[in-house]
Design a protein around this ligand. Structure first.
Ligand code: GUN
Ligand code: FE
Length: 450
């Protein structure tokens, strides 16, 4: 007989699921059956031997169950907590300068081009497809100062089925490229227009995020008003903090009344439980304590930190301070759009710190994976919705095949599930990504990719 909930599941998968919990950085669930309800949420996740009971309870038959191939497994969709969509055009080049000069020579002149919506449409479409293909189901985007192009990014993200926070960049100071900034008043009004328009569109996957670029490009008036806007609308906030030593000196000169960089943002109510700050390489323990007490998060961007010779974030110390932390690609300070690259660069940075400081507790591959998934969901205050395979969360997931014909690595007789997973973390890439789901919907491969 069919249960009361008949017809309430849209997918039932059976096989291996690898994910993190708050207690365990890596849990590999073998022979497991997972159901996704019609709203895209995980309805159940149970041992495979419960199939018959679940069939009855949820009103599906065994023929509805999609059994994964022997060595395949699902991981939760990865969360890129910091990425600059407009900078994608120069990902992989332009990395021979340090931050402030790089912004002047490459970043600001490039971002100016997004006044053109046609230009924006091409780049943004390519980037969202690329990140989805790599298994990034959620991204926290910086766009540019241009409201209409940023609205277009939101539209493209929603259409292609990615989950995202999208920010119109706010800056009213720019001595390097004077034409790339707004007047304070205009910036505030445009931010309000951006937020209102996103709210009106009633997107299911995209939310607006208040985005002061970083303290050096914002007047105190702008910081103050953005803090108010975020508070009035209970919005997410993102910016950069303590990435590079020259930047620290600029902030010291600009805000002599503040004892540290963190205090600058805190003073204007920009550190909340929905704030994510990129980099934080040079945050002191005292600053980390402020982050902890505010519930604000750090987006660790190791590729960018190394590529621009900015610094090395001590992730262990951030974790010890109980500060929320996720990983970010920081395209194009970071050259890779892949979160697996971010995972590896996070491990490598931690190993370099270990070389410098024997006895240092190196970040494990399991912990780095946790940062890319559950950690990212926490950093974006989305842990009630995404991050791992728990009943009630949205099914954001990536189907990995280690044995696909063009796999980037090889599997040998006797390799356990755990061994294969570790190889995937260190050697895998988008060739191993077979399917990507966001909120239960297959978004890769899909018609959009043809
Ligand atoms: N600080 C301010 N703007 C930027 C940016 O675009 N990229 C990076 N990496 N740091 C920044
Ligand atoms: Fe950045």
């Amino acid at each position: 007989s069919r249960g009361a909930a008949a017809g309430q599941v849209q997918h039932v998968f059976k096989g291996t699921f690898a994910h993190s919990t708050t207690a365990e950085p890596l849990q590999i669930l073998d022979n497991t059956i997972l159901g996704v309800d019609i709203n895209g949420k995980i309805a159940f996740i149970e041992p495979g031997d419960q199939e018959e009971i679940l069939c009855d309870k949820w009103g599906f038959s065994s023929s509805d169950v999609k059994s994964l191939q022997d060595k395949d497994f699902f991981i939760p969709g990865m969360v890129d907590t910091h990425i600059h969509a407009p900078q994608y055009t120069y990902a992989g080049i332009a990395q021979d300068y340090s931050l402030m000069k790089w912004l002047k020579v490459f970043t600001f002149p490039t971002e100016l081009k997004y006044e053109s919506k046609d230009f924006a449409k091409d780049v943004y479409t390519k980037l969202v497809k690329r990140t989805l293909k790599h298994g990034t189901t959620t991204a926290c985007y910086f766009a540019t100062i241009h409201t209409d192009s940023t609205l277009l990014l939101a539209e493209i993200v929603e259409k292609l089925g990615q989950r995202a926070l999208v920010g119109k960049v706010c800056m009213d100071i720019n001595d390097a490229v004077r034409s790339y900034r707004e007047e304070t008043e205009e910036c505030i009004e445009e931010t309000k227009r951006f937020i209102q328009e996103i709210i009106n569109r009633k997107y299911t996957l995209v939310k607006p995020i208040v985005t002061p670029r970083f303290a050096p490009s914002c007047s105190t008036q702008l910081l103050n008003d953005l803090g108010d806007i975020a508070k009035e609308n209970d919005l997410h906030i993102q910016s950069h903090i303590s990435e590079n030593k020259d930047e620290l000196n600029i902030v010291k000169d600009m805000f002599p009344e503040c004892g540290c960089y963190t205090e600058v943002y805190d003073k204007y109510n920009l550190l909340t439980s929905k704030t994510v700050m990129a980099h934080g390489c040079y945050l002191s323990n005292k600053e980390l304590e402020i982050f902890c007490s505010k519930g604000s998060a750090v987006a660790h961007c190791p590729n960018s930190n190394i590529s621009l010779c900015s610094g090395m974030l001590d992730v262990r110390n951030v974790l010890n301070h109980k500060v929320k932390i996720g990983l970010g690609t920081d395209v194009a300070g970071g050259y890779s759009t892949s979160m697996l690259d971010a995972v590896r660069k996070a491990i490598e940075t931690s190993k370099i710190l270990t070389i410098q400081k024997p006895g240092y507790e190196t970040l494990s591959y399991k912990e780095a994976f946790q940062l890319a998934t559950l950690g990212g969901s926490q950093a974006l205050a989305l842990e009630d919705t995404i991050g791992n395979f728990e009943v009630g969360k949205d099914f954001d997931a990536v189907l990995i095949s280690p044995t696909t014909t063009d796999s980037s690595f090889d599997v040998f007789a006797g390799d356990t599930k755990k061994v294969i997973f570790e190889k995937f973390i260190n050697l895998g890439d988008d060739r191993n990504v077979m399917e990507v789901y966001v909120a239960g919907k297959l978004v890769f491969p899909s018609m959009c990719f043809l």
